[in-house]
Design a protein around this ligand. Structure first.
Ligand SMILES: [Zn+2]
Length: 376
């Protein structure tokens, strides 16, 4: 079970370092506090990773839903930096470079291929700045290419090239580890892992997505895919995106039982169901049963409490690399961190109803107000 004492995590480590600073500044000067890497942190407890930035940026008005390419990197880099800061403030242990969908194929689709390298560099530079400033882990990111086709050898070469160049840029930027995410094909995830192993020397976190059907597109179960990824040398394996907490948890349980390495679980913050297990399959009864994805998902957003419960349950199950994907806001990340017994900076503002105008329990709240509760 998760207890406050047990799950110190980064913030615990950080406050210990601060205490050491005060106690003996000279010792600290000669041996500065050094952040443990990803694998050390996972050995100590959970790692919280905010991702799915493109949805939050869309909500903030700086990214177009559809192509979902973060051109905001060049148009408003300050917005991306603030987003990273907001997620760290909320409890993310990781600052993951916004290189999701900043690959050759996606930029080709929007006619911006010439900006490929510059955009990757900007994303890595911003994330590194925030990571070093906040002592969070600095992660690189590669993802689904949308051109993977097992029967198209030309496309497979392009996929390999996409992974090679993005891993190379991330490695050059000095990332602490690389995330490969959101693959629908297990084989594409294996190709991404292969590139991380070939073109970098950092740990690989490989997560993929399970849509409505309970297998990857080539028909592998989630557990089987993870076994293959572990055998191929992935350091952390698991699921991200597409499924909400309720429909991802049972699969995480199967994965945990199937592999020995660390397991990752990063659901989308939406109320997916057995009938509609992925956020792309959700339909909204209020709007003629139309598909809610991507900009009609608001009524399906889970509460902070639901993310808190997910965090508790997943960690108790042995899932240590935890996060929330597309749709995640800082409130979700903070709830996830709190589910692990942590108090990130943002927890200063976590709900406290004791001084509420009508529901408050504080003596300063007048009974003329509290007596009116049932009529509100
Ligand atoms: Zn996502």
């Amino acid at each position: 079970m998760v207890t406050k004492k047990k799950s110190t995590g980064v913030r615990g480590a950080k406050s210990r370092a601060t205490a050491a600073n005060r106690a003996n500044p000279q010792t600290v000067q000669s041996a500065p506090y050094k952040e443990p890497g990803l694998m050390k942190r996972l050995a100590m407890g959970a790692v919280v990773c905010a991702e799915g930035y493109v949805f939050e940026l869309e909500r903030r008005g700086y990214l177009q839903a559809g192509a979902f390419v973060p051109t905001v990197l060049q148009e408003h880099p300050e917005v991306v930096e603030q987003l990273h800061m907001d997620f760290v403030h909320a409890g993310s242990d990781v600052t993951q470079a916004l290189t999701y969908y900043v690959h050759r194929e996606k930029l080709r689709v929007i006619g911006r291929e010439k900006d490929l390298e510059a955009m990757n560099h900007v994303a890595l530079k911003i994330a590194k700045k925030v990571a070093r400033k906040t002592q969070t882990l600095f992660a690189g990111d590669i993802c689904n290419t949308n051109i993977y086709d097992p029967n198209d050898s030309k496309a497979l070469k392009q996929v390999a090239r996409i992974f090679e160049e993005q891993v190379g840029w991330a490695a050059d930027a000095g990332v602490d580890y690389i995330v490969a995410e959101t693959f629908s094909w297990g084989q594409e995830a294996l190709m991404a892992l292969d590139a991380i192993k070939k073109y970098s020397k950092v740990p690989a976190v490989v997560t993929f997505s399970i849509h409505r059907e309970l297998t990857t597109r080539e028909g592998w179960t989630a557990a089987e895919t993870c076994r293959r990824l572990e055998a191929a040398g992935a350091d952390v394996v698991g699921l991200n995106c597409h499924r909400g907490p309720r429909t991802m948890l049972p699969l995480l349980k199967e994965i945990r039982a199937a592999v020995k390495c660390a397991v990752a679980g990063l659901p989308v913050p939406y109320r997916t169901t057995e009938e509609q297990p992925s956020f792309m399959s959700l339909t909204d009864p209020c709007c003629g049963g139309r598909r809610a994805f991507p900009v009609g998902l608001d009524p399906f957003v889970v509460t902070r409490q639901e993310i808190f419960d997910f965090g508790r349950e997943a960690y108790a199950m042995g899932i240590k690399y935890l996060g929330v994907c597309c749709g995640a806001g800082p409130q979700h990340i903070r709830a996830l961190a709190e589910s692990l017994g942590r108090r990130p900076e943002g927890s200063k503002y976590s709900v406290d109803m004791s001084k509420h105008a009508f529901f408050g329990t504080d003596q300063k709240i007048k009974t003329v107000q509290t007596e009116y509760q049932s009529r509100l």
